[in-house]
Design a protein around this ligand. Structure first.
Ligand SMILES: [Mn+2]
Length: 426
């Protein structure tokens, strides 16, 4: 990168989030297909960029690790990458994400990973309202930058921001609010949320010049205000992935829409009053949802259409989730669907998720008959016993209940392959 005197920024930085080091998704069930390294590689690639561009600092908006007790592979990666930044003289400032936070009493007693990185290893500056709410940095060109941290505080998010604003001054040349959570205009809205007006006020009063979000895994930015969310550098679930939308008309498959999902980081240049946030896309794995809508289709048409749509989109490195929507022909039933036939495509790709079937209501029925959302109940119970892994266990339990509520000759087989697809998640 070459700048002229007119374009040379006062300083630059990188904003990333949601690296989820240590995650193994999807759990493929064969040990040589473990997915942990892709998250480490994505993190390493951003560190490479930071060093190559000689940015003044790097900010991470939370969820550095996937679990508060990360596996050794994640530690290995952290202790490989962060010293490279330190050696290059690039401070790494991070706030506390929902996944970095210890949940149990025993974990809390030892502090969190980010605390170890900060006070024990001097590899990061941890900013959050609970300890060090902000850090002041000096850029190479002598500019004074303040970075305020607001981790994940759940329902107390607004209150915590209120606390944080007490520390804010207009004395720095540039100020950043790094926050793990959403603002009210983000889409889709997830997790702890601050009203956009509150942020807008901080921006207009120049208490803050750049708002660095994390938590939502898809890229998003405010159209007028300097509020940016880079998304996760790699896919962490099918919810982060693009969706290809097909409709089956008779025996013809028609593509309707493509919903993209961007993944990467921001490279930000600041020069005087001018802020230029450039989005850099990452090379990710090939992950997608393939959604097919059927109208009064027979079970064999559904299987055929689904297979066609999957084959169109899958190579040996693809990770695919089929979503089957619409209605079955009234004289047929969900139990006649030969899901195994769809799953036989598994060999052709890296991972084929067990299809989500929403064809004329089996899933809806069971929930309304119970009179309550059984997913919620199961999740609550598992959470109280297990913490974070509860979500995955809930998912598989709900799928099994749904599967057995429509028992057929092939149900046991289907259940086995469903379990098989999940069985190596730690
Ligand atoms: Mn996250």
């Amino acid at each position: 990168m070459t700048y002229t005197d007119q374009t040379k920024p006062d300083f630059t930085f990188i904003h990333m989030a949601d690296t989820h080091l240590g995650l193994n998704w999807p759990a493929i069930g064969r040990y040589e297909k473990i997915q942990i390294p892709v998250y480490g590689k994505a993190f390493g690639a951003i560190v490479d960029a930071a060093i190559e561009k000689q940015v003044d600092f790097v900010i991470h908006a939370g969820d550095l690790v996937n679990r508060p007790r990360p596996p050794t592979a994640a530690w290995n990666r952290i202790l490989q990458e962060l010293p490279r930044l330190r050696k290059a003289g690039i401070p790494f400032v991070v706030t506390v994400g929902s996944h970095d936070k210890p949940e149990s009493y025993f974990d809390r007693a030892g502090g969190d990973v980010l605390q170890l990185l900060d006070s024990r290893l001097d590899l990061a500056k941890r900013v959050d309202t609970d300890q060090n709410p902000f850090v002041n940095l000096r850029t190479r060109g002598g500019k004074k930058v303040a970075i305020y941290g607001l981790g994940d505080h759940g329902r107390e998010q607004e209150e915590s921001l209120q606390q944080l604003t007490k520390h804010m001054t207009q004395e720095s040349d540039f100020s950043i609010l790094v926050m793990h959570g959403s603002v009210s205009t983000i889409s889709p809205l997830i997790g702890p949320t601050i009203k956009t007006e509150k942020i807008s006020e901080l921006l207009s009063k120049r208490y803050v010049d750049y708002v660095a979000l994390g938590h939502n895994h898809k890229r998003w930015e405010h159209k007028d205000l300097h509020i940016y969310n880079p998304g996760s550098p790699e896919f962490t679930s099918f919810a982060d992935a693009p969706t290809l939308d097909y409709v089956m008309e008779g025996s013809t498959l028609k593509e309707e829409t493509r919903k993209v999902a961007e993944h990467g980081y921001y490279f930000v240049e600041v020069r005087g009053e001018i802020l230029n946030a450039q989005y850099h896309h990452m090379l990710t794995r090939d992950v997608k949802n393939v959604q097919i809508r059927f109208n009064n289709a027979t079970p064999s048409q559904v299987v055929e259409g689904t297979k066609q749509a999957i084959i169109k989109n899958a190579s040996s490195s693809s990770i695919v989730r089929p979503l089957l929507k619409g209605t079955l022909h009234p004289s047929t039933s969900r139990s006649e669907l030969d899901i195994r036939e769809i799953l036989s495509l598994r060999e052709r790709m890296l991972f084929l998720e067990y299809p989500m079937v929403d064809l004329g209501g089996s899933q809806v029925e069971i929930e309304s008959v119970q009179g309550s959302d059984f997913r919620q109940l199961i999740n609550q119970y598992f959470k109280s016993r297990l913490g974070k892994p509860a979500e995955e266990i809930t998912e598989i339990t709900v799928k099994l209940v749904q599967l057995y509520s429509q028992k057929s000759k092939t149900t046991d087989q289907e259940a086995l392959s469903l379990i098989d697809g999940w069985n190596t998640n730690d």
